[in-house]
Structure formats: structure tokens, C-alpha cells
Design a binder for this molecule. Structure first.
Ligand code: AHR
Length: 620
């Protein structure tokens, strides 16, 4: 074949910010992931009110070396009102006794020769030395002593060099006889990304940096806009919606929260760290804030004027925190935290997948206030997911009417969709808002998925006069806490690798041209077969392999969605019985069972979308 490239044509200018990353604390991306803290539940705030399996002692156990330890969680005279629980350690007998932390995943990782920074808050009626050891099995790999003084809460620090390597270690704190109150027991490797205190795990951050992202979208996703609106003081245990002001300042004063993805989040990575990380990456910070409407399946609108006014003000305060002079209230706060220079915020996301009426009422309050005070900030509205059907179109129209600068589109589709939608943006209106493809991925982590994405990204790049920003999602997944697949970077407590999609993202993002000029190919090309449609309903069809199955109720609610990329095994979600063969599902019992699962006797209530990939020679 012959490829002709018209190098003299003006072509399309490629957006300088086209490729970025979307970081969300999903799959334990923060605690036990990018956040370099090695101690799990360092503040003893895990709570059964959030998750029945939690206690204040989650990840902690007794460690007795001669003496006896009694562990209790106390809230009597806590460290501060945001950190209400701590460990009360009573030691009796000779020798020492204390408490051992199991770290995240399968244990605490330590690397020989590396320096580790320990800190803890303690309180004792009498002065006493605490011995802190990092251990693997019966071997001590690091040791430090802190001398607790008589009196109230105080912070103690020490450091040690690991004499060996492990990924199944633990951290043990021991005290002599008497009562010791302990809180914020923390261990960090000194070697964090760019050497930042309270910083990021170096290997994971480097993998992100290697993508040369031009923007960092954070903190979610569903993490950004699901929960109750009360501040921590009024609402101490339930999941609160992400409130940026709770996440800055000394880590011991940040209240932990229950993450949308089902685990405790320490907020150790908070808004200051996000801005700092964006700067370290050379990326534009792109925060997403709630407009007082939940999303992600939770319809919890904020309608009272006073409550909304507070949220609007918080949004304005965030911009001041990022960009304001040090003489402003929030600019001064930024300076106090160590960054007098403004962070140079240019984009703000207002909302994430709020397919609820209240969005249309609330969004203008936020957008108008931002426009009035900060006319140069680019406002990003959103359209939800393409799979949300009519809502997607309605939200796009709303964003046009509101004259949003960009619209955040999300889609998680199968490979056929990516292969056949290369021209999606060719016909987009060039006069309206630009597109931010804030979340996209083909459903799987195979080479074929990555290839389909690569093919699709040529369409994004060709249209980057209208697509200004694009980010794959999700970015990070801890192999031991998987909420969502596929993901770009996979890791455990001491290793990480990029999925094939990671390498495609990196290839594109590190080779961005200035213009896309017209090109044509003459020769033989392979066909892309699109056979999406309702297949196999009401009858068994063992000859067809399915990439994607979705059941949608008449109101657009997705009752069931599976990309069929899971590992081996059987799957019986109510859509018949399916068996995995070579990475795809084969239907082995008929689909009509969906009626019972979905709780309706009427098929007309549902739209069934099945994308089928036929095996060679199969009928279907
Ligand atoms: O990327 C995972 C989730 O997908 C995001 O939190 C949400 O915005 C979307 O539904």
C-alpha cells in the first residue's frame, strides 16, 4: 500500500494540552497506592459505621515482648476535633509490649539501604522510651527510639535505614509498663517523588510523569460528587461529599472520610498535594467540584439556598487558594502551606455525571459566580456517559446554552465501538464548547483493547481543534483492591506495570505534533466488522462470543453492564449462563432470565444491548 501525506497543508492544530491524566482515588489509588504512607489506618479512625468489617484497630494487632498489651480505641481528649479516635495502649508486666501494623496489601514494603521517616503522636503521664521496629518474620530490618515526655499530646519523629528488603513487613511500636496514648503513627520512605514531604510513591509517580501529562484531572469521578453535604463537625461518620477545605493543612487535622469506592480515605493526598503534584508533573491542575448534586447512582440534591451558597463560596475560595495573591485569605493559606507562588489554575470542572434535574438548577449558580469573579477560568460542564442516552444529549445542549468552555464526555465501550467511532468528532460543532474526553477506555486490558484505543486516538488527534483535552480512565489500580477494570497502571505494594493501554497513552502523549495534516492510504486494509445489535435473545446461542452485555431499563438506568473481560469462570448475572472461553463470554443458557433479576415481567421495560464478536465460521 501507499501512504500519502500532504505536508504543505495547514491541517489541524493539535491542542497543546490534549493528553493528560485523570487521577481518582479508586482501586486504592491513594492510600496503599500513590500516597507513599506505609501505615494503614494510622489515625485509628476506621469505623464500623462506614463499613461493618472496620474497627478502630483495623490493620493493627498486639505485639508482646515480655509484657502484656491491652489495646483500646479511645476518644477521650483526642488529638483534635477532626481526629477523634486514638489508640490507648496499656502495658503491664516486665519487658515491653505494644502494637503492630500490617501495612497495606500483603504487608509493609522495605528496601535495603533506603531511609524511612517515622512520626507519631503520643501522650503519657510519665516519660518513657518507645521502641519502633520494622520487621519481616522474626528479622528486625529497622529500628528507632522515640523518647516520650511527660504531659499532653506531642509529635515525635525518628528515622532508620532498612537493613533488608521485604514486601511482607510490619511496623511495631512498643512501650514499657504504663499507659501510652498513640495517634498518627506514620512511616514514609524518604525517597518520595521529587523528595516531597507527605509525598507520592516514587515509582508510581514516575510512571505517571513518563506519560508527560499536560493536565491532571482530580479528585474524581464519583469520589468528587457523592456523599452528604454536611461538614465533618456535623456529620462525623457517614460518607461526606468531597470538600476540598477538609483536605488541606496538617495531616493530623484532616478528617478521614469513607470513599465512594468502599474504603476509608485518609486525605493524606489532599488539594495542596494535588496542586503540587500537577506542578511537579508540569501539568495543568484540573479540579472537579460538585455543584450540590450527587451523581453515580445517588440522587441527593442540595436545594437549600444557604447550603448552596456555601458550596458556591467554596468553589470561589478554591480558585483563590490556587491563584490568589498571598494577601488574599486563601492565597495566604497556600503560602502558609509552603507555596506562595500561585499554582496557575486555568480550568475548573463543575460536576461529574449528574443525570438529575437538580443539576440544571444548581450549575448556573456556580458557573455564573465563577464567570463573574474569574472570567479567565475555563469552565467545564459535563454530559455524563454516552451510554446515558437522552441525558447525554440533554446535558450537552444545556452546556451549549450555558456557554460552557468545555464539556466533559465519558465513555467505557467495547473495542468495536472504538474501531467504528473514529470519525465521532469529525462532525462536532466547531462553534460550541470544546470537548474534554475526561474518561474513556475500551473494556479490557488486552493488547487488542489498546490497539482499538490507539486507532480511536488518531480520530481525537485529527479533531483536536474541537477536542481540547483527553484522559484515559481509571489511572491506577492496586491488584489487591480492584473496584474497576480496565485500568492504566497496575501495582502492588512495591511493584507496578503499565497495561498495553498505558503504552499506547505514552506513545501518543510523548509524540504530539503541532498539526495533523491530511493523509490517505491506498492499498489493502482489513475490514472492521461491526455487528452490534440484539443477539441471542430468547434462544441459546453458543456459537457467539460476547464482548459486552448491557441491560437498560426504560428510564435509562443501567441495570447490568459487563464488559465480559473478567478472568475464567462462569457468570450468571440473570442474563442466562455464560462461560468464559479465551477471554470472552459464551452464552450457554438463554438470556430471558433477565426478567427475574430485573424484577419485571415485561421485556418492553428493557433495552438489551449485546455486542458480539463471532468465532470463525459461527452462525449467530
Ligand atoms: O472512572 C471510574 C468512574 O466512572 C468515575 O468515577 C465516574 O466518573 C465514572 O462513572
Amino acid at each position: 500500500g501507499e501512504l500519502t501525506v500532504d505536508t504543505r497543508a495547514a491541517g489541524t492544530k493539535v491542542s497543546p494540552n490534549l493528553y493528560g491524566v485523570f487521577y481518582e482515588d479508586i482501586n486504592h489509588a491513594a492510600d496503599g497506592g500513590l500516597y507513599a504512607e506505609l501505615v494503614q489506618n494510622r489515625s485509628f479512625e476506621f469505623n464500623a459505621v462506614d463499613e461493618p468489617s472496620y474497627t478502630g484497630l483495623t490493620a493493627w494487632s498486639e505485639a508482646e515482648r515480655g509484657a502484656t498489651a491491652t489495646l483500646a480505641i479511645s476518644s477521650e481528649q483526642p488529638l483534635n476535633p477532626n481526629n477523634r479516635h486514638y489508640l490507648r495502649l496499656d502495658v503491664t508486666g516486665d519487658g515491653t509490649a505494644g502494637v503492630s501494623n500490617a501495612g497495606f496489601n500483603r504487608g509493609l514494603p522495605l528496601r535495603k539501604g533506603e531511609r524511612y521517616e517515622l512520626s507519631l503522636w503520643a501522650r503519657r503521664a510519665d516519660a518513657a522510651p518507645l521502641t519502633v521496629t520494622a520487621e519481616a518474620g522474626s528479622t528486625v530490618l529497622g529500628r528507632a527510639t522515640v523518647r516520650v515526655k511527660t504531659g499532653g499530646w506531642a509529635k515525635y519523629t525518628a528515622s532508620f535505614t532498612a537493613s533488608g528488603t521485604t514486601d511482607t513487613g510490619r511496623l511495631v511500636v512498643q512501650a514499657p509498663a504504663g499507659r501510652t496514648d498513640l495517634d498518627m503513627v506514620s512511616l514514609f520512605p524518604r525517597d518520595t517523588f521529587k523528595g516531597r514531604e507527605n509525598g507520592m510513591r516514587a515509582d508510581l509517580a514516575k510512571m505517571i510523569a513518563d506519560l508527560e501529562p499536560q493536565f491532571l484531572r482530580f479528585p474524581g469521578g464519583c469520589v468528587a460528587n457523592v456523599g452528604t453535604y454536611d461538614p465533618y463537625a456535623d456529620n462525623q461518620d457517614r460518607r461526606r461529599i468531597y470538600q476540598w477545605k477538609e483536605t488541606i493543612g496538617p495531616v493530623e487535622e484532616r478528617p478521614t472520610n469513607f470513599n465512594f469506592w468502599g474504603y476509608n480515605q485518609s486525605y493524606g493526598i489532599g488539594y495542596y498535594e494535588y496542586f503540587q503534584f500537577a506542578e511537579d508533573l508540569g501539568a495543568e491542575p484540573l479540579p472537579v467540584l460538585s455543584v450540590g448534586v450527587n451523581g453515580c447512582g445517588e440522587n441527593r440534591p442540595l436545594t437549600d439556598e444557604a447550603g448552596l451558597a456555601r458550596w458556591v463560596q467554596d468553589t470561589l475560595d478554591l480558585i483563590e487558594f490556587a491563584n490568589g495573591p498571598v494577601t488574599s485569605e486563601w492565597g495566604a493559606k497556600r503560602a502558609e502551606l509552603g507555596h506562595p507562588k500561585p499554582f496557575g489554575l486555568e480550568y475548573i470542572g463543575l460536576g461529574n455525571e449528574e443525570i438529575y434535574e437538580q443539576f440544571f438548577a444548581n450549575y448556573p449558580k456556580f458557573a455564573d459566580a465563577v464567570r463573574a469573579e474569574y472570567p479567565d477560568i475555563k469552565i467545564i460542564s459535563n454530559s455524563g456517559q454516552t451510554s446515558q442516552g437522552a441525558w447525554f444529549d440533554r446535558m450537552w445542549q444545556f452546556a451549549r446554552d450555558q456557554q460552557a468552555d468545555l464539556v466533559d464526555e465519558h465513555y467505557y465501550n467495547n473495542t468495536s465501538w472504538f474501531l467504528t467511532n473514529n470519525r465521532r468528532y469529525d462532525s462536532y460543532d466547531r462553534e460550541g464548547p470544546k470537548v474534554f474526553v475526561g474518561e474513556y477506555a475500551s473494556q479490557g486490558n488486552t493488547f487488542y483493547n489498546a490497539l482499538a484505543e490507539a486507532s480511536y486516538m488518531t480520530g481525537i488527534e485529527r479533531n483536536s481543534d474541537v477536542v481540547e483535552l483527553a484522559s484515559y480512565a481509571p489511572l491506577l489500580a492496586n491488584v489487591d483492591y480492584v473496584d474497576w477494570t480496565p485500568d492504566l497502571i497496575w501495582f502492588d505494594n512495591d511493584e507496578a506495570y503499565g497495561s498495553p493501554s498505558y503504552h499506547v497513552q505514552r506513545l501518543f502523549a510523548t509524540n504530539v505534533g503541532e498539526r495533523v495534516v491530511p493523509s490517505a492510504f491506498e492499498g489493502e486494509t482489513g475490514p472492521v466488522e461491526d455487528i452490534t445489535g440484539a443477539v441471542g435473545l430468547g434462544s441459546w446461542n453458543t456459537a457467539v462470543r460476547y464482548d459486552d452485555v448491557k441491560v437498560t431499563a426504560a428510564d435509562g438506568t443501567v441495570l447490568l453492564a459487563d464488559d465480559c473481560s473478567a478472568g475464567a469462570g462462569n457468570w450468571t448475572p440473570g442474563l442466562g449462563t455464560w462461560t468464559v472461553q479465551d477471554g470472552a463470554y459464551v452464552q450457554t443458557a438463554q438470556i430471558a432470565d433477565a426478567r427475574s433479576t430485573a424484577g419485571s415481567a415485561d421485556w418492553s421495560d428493557y433495552t438489551i444491548e449485546v455486542t458480539a464478536r463471532k468465532t470463525a465460521g459461527a452462525e449467530g
